[in-house]
Design a protein around this ligand. Structure first.
Ligand code: NAP
Length: 290
């Protein structure tokens, strides 16, 4: 049981964490801070946080658990704002979608206290941002990837695992580099393609008419294109090298299929579609292939 959660970033992810922690009876009090006072005020009015803090530092004052749930590019500034109150006893976690940049920032800013920081990425969320979409159920049954570093303290790592497991999550540990490579392929590239597809359709003279004819396939494929622009700007830039490498592989795969279409090679084209179709049919979210 924690005395106080210091929540920095009272949006979808942070708000959902606070609600889940409260519902599980794991925290007595939540003190929250967000960039806009109106967000923090809304979080309090909704019962997501109990007390509004006027700064990140004051949200951390008296906290034994701290969650950073801000856009990844805001991590360094946020850590700088709180570092004077960080102690070796505190558990500090984040929920950022990229890990190497967040860890680099934590090493630079927290220095001797970096052991208190456990980098986390919950594989949960939705394309709707903001505290109004916070949901105590968001993390239940989902995977959370922890990417501890050599200096992460064993006590904090154990506590982080316990917290996420208490919220009903399956916890997995990975190296930060492996995390960023994997999520470039299965999250960052799909978002990039979804944004590009929307723009390629709407950028055409008859785009609006085409959109009016689109069905469930288009809806499913482009759901993630409605994601928050600033958050995704940060993620795409933060994981630039891995993302561009995946984009290159994708473009070569696309080109291969285009050539088969152009040459009318139906058998080869069908074989590639069957390969994808079988792989997708066998895929289960969060379950490794046997
Ligand atoms: P969100 O709903 O927009 O919430 C972000 C919150 O951070 C907002 O309350 C925002 O305040 C606050 N904020 C922004 N800059 C800040 C700063 N410098 N200092 C303090 N607060 C600041 O976004 P989210 O979906 O919760 O995303 C938060 C993090 O979760 C991101 O790092 C993202 O990569 C990660 N993540 C998201 C998902 C997803 O599906 N959404 C999934 C996994 C991980 P204002 O309202 O005042 O702007």
């Amino acid at each position: 049981m924690f005395e106080q959660l210091g929540l920095i970033g009272c949006g979808l992810m942070g708000g959902s964490f606070a609600l889940a922690l409260k519902r599980a009876g794991l925290v007595k009090r939540v003190v929250g801070y967000s960039k806009s006072p109106s967000t923090t005020e809304r979080a309090r009015a909704m019962g997501v946080i109990d007390v509004e803090a006027p700064s990140a530092l004051l949200a951390v004052s008296g906290a034994d658990i701290v969650l950073l749930a801000v856009p990844v590019a805001a991590t360094e500034a946020t850590l700088k704002a709180i570092r004077h109150l960080v102690t070796d006893k505190m558990l500090i976690m984040d929920v950022g979608s990229t890990k190497r940049d967040v860890i680099d920032a934590a090493r630079r800013v927290l220095r001797d206290h970096v052991g208190s920081f456990v980098p986390c990425h919950p594989i949960a969320g939705k394309e709707l941002s903001g505290v109004e979409h916070a949901d105590a159920e968001l993390y239940a049954g989902k995977q959370v990837i922890l990417t501890p570093i050599d200096r992460t303290e064993a006590v904090q790592l154990r506590d982080a695992v316990r917290v996420w497991e208490s919220l009903g999550c399956r916890v997995q540990q990975m190296a930060p580099e492996a995390h960023d490579a994997a999520f470039a392929a299965v999250s960052h590239l799909p978002h990039l393609i979804s944004f590009a597809l929307m723009n390629s359709v709407t950028g055409q003279e008859q785009g609006d008419q085409y959109l009016s004819l689109a069905g469930p396939g288009f809806r499913d494929f482009t759901r993630i294109a409605a994601s928050d622009p600033k958050m995704w700007r940060d993620i795409l830039l933060a994981n630039k090298h891995e993302l561009l490498a995946q984009s290159d592989i994708f473009q070569r795969t696309l080109k291969q299929m285009e050539l088969l279409i152009d040459s009318g090679d139906g058998d080869s084209l069908e074989a590639l579609v069957a390969l994808a179709s079988d792989a997708r049919a066998q895929w289960r979210m969060g379950v490794p292939k046997k």
